[in-house]
Design a protein. Sequence first.
Length: 198
Amino acid sequence: MFGKGLLFMKITALNGSVHTDGSTAFLLHEILKNIESAETKFISVPEAIADAKYPFCVSCSNPCTMNCYRGTKLEEAYKAIDWADFVLIGSPVYFGSMTGQLKAFFDKTKAVRAEKRWLGKPMAAVSVGGSKYGGQERTIDHIQSCAMVLGMDIVGNGSTLGMGHFGVSAQAPASEDSFAITQCKSLANAICAYLLNK
């Protein structure tokens, strides 16, 4: 377990999968359980997107007035990221990338970006594929690219437990991927080190 002394650490985890208890959720929970003294929020991205007036950005106003999601679970999800000291984002691999729901989640952050609300906000990504080399790192790269557009800081899973890669990649079912589970511990350590050194 890591994170001793980080009594006010707040983490928001975004599950981009439609499966609330699937492999992506497993990885996110595995990271969170390895961080002590953290207050956490766990968000289902598909549920948040489904609650908005339109599930996809249709550029209904420019600049964005948030009319399509004000007062919905999507606005709550964005506020949960505002609240957090660190953000975890996970997605299964869909056609070599993140889920459509997670991409829509990013597409609808025009107002967030305009207000620079997540500028410098640290994040890390995880992904699960159906095979060992099923597009996980490419999916992580796409998530990180969206985070970079929002000005977020990217943290990889390299730590004193062993140098990692771009994020945690697993083969489904993630609960049986022993290497990915070890990398979840490594990422938890990296998150704590990042926040302690800020």
